[in-house]
Design a protein. Structure first.
Lengths: 132, 166
């Protein structure tokens, strides 16, 4: 749940997600763990540059890194992403609910206007509908 | 189709929203600027909304209160910066529970093929204030009750279908 997430963590997550390279890295990691060399391949960037991006992602808790022999593997961690999404989702749901009611108000107004003016199109006002 | 888009960029004290409505913008303007219409949709579900002052013109002020039915009330007030037109309007917004934290809200409307895209831009004094607003909106949103939302969606679905069938 969101309550377990501090604002600092959210800042770190959103900061990490603000960069297109880091988003691409996360997208790659959704397909499975990868070494730094594998992550460097699709980008026109040096290995140290990619490593810096990985550090940002790790600090945000979006990836974990483990060692296997000499290679360092990055794994995606889904939890902070879920929390970050929920943070805005709930706000969005709040406004969605209001806007759905606004839509009802608008529909009632349109119906009212249609009732007042002579309607040239008899099909535009389905029978049996009433404004409660 | 009528999905609400919400954008809150990291490090920017701003929230943007965008949503399309099947109505001309003159009608939407009425729903935003006539107190009796506003009261029908702006209050959180389960609350009663009382509009105490509402002067939608340049320099006019507004104040409304949400009551939860258990004796708790939440007041909001602000000032209209310009005369509202079908292009939109600008106003200030302040929750009286957090005095001094004021946002500047710009609402714009763009009509396209009988549909209107409503955009809002809320600019806060700091990223912290923005985040606090999102958190409070979240808490309210959570407490709305999903059965009510579902019921509303069904009604809305029925009304949209009736429009579509015509």
């Amino acid at each position: 749940m969101v309550t377990a997430t501090t604002d600092d963590q959210l800042d770190a997550v959103f900061g990490a997600l603000a960069d297109p390279t880091r988003r691409s890295i996360l997208a790659r990691l959704t397909q499975g763990e990868a070494t730094v060399a594998e992550l460097v391949a699709p980008f026109e960037m040096s290995q140290p540059a990619i490593s810096r991006h990985l550090k940002v992602l790790e600090r945000a808790g979006l990836i974990t890194r483990t060692r296997r022999a000499t290679a360092r593997l990055s794994h995606l961690r889904a939890k902070p992403l879920q929390d970050a999404t929920e943070w805005l989702t709930a706000y969005r749901e709040f406004w969605e609910e209001r806007y759905e009611r606004l839509e009802e108000v608008l529909a009632a107004l349109q119906e009212h206007d249609a009732d007042r003016s002579p309607d040239p199109d008899p099909g535009s006002d389905p029978t049996g509908r009433s404004t409660s | 189709m009528t999905e609400l888009k919400v954008t809150a960029e990291p490090g920017v004290p701003q929230i943007l929203t965008e949503r399309a409505f099947d109505a001309p913008r003159e009608l939407i303007l009425r729903a935003f600027t006539e107190a009796d219409l506003l009261a029908q949709w702006l209050g959180p579900r389960g609350y009663t909304m009382t509009v105490e002052t509402f002067e939608p013109r340049a320099g006019g002020s507004w104040r409304y209160v949400h009551n939860d039915g258990d004796g708790n009330s939440y007041g909001f007030h602000g000032v209209f910066h310009n005369d509202p037109t079908p292009d939109g309007f600008v106003q200030t917004f302040e929750f009286e529970g957090a005095p001094g934290h004021v946002s500047l809200d710009t609402m714009t409307m763009e009509e396209r093929d009988g549909r209107t895209i409503v955009r809002t831009n809320s600019l806060f004094q700091s990223v912290e204030a923005r985040d606090a607003m999102v958190q409070s909106g979240m808490a309210d949103g959570m407490s709305q009750g999903y059965d009510q939302l579902e019921e509303l969606l069904e009604q809305q679905g029925a009304s949209l279908k009736a429009h579509h069938d015509s």
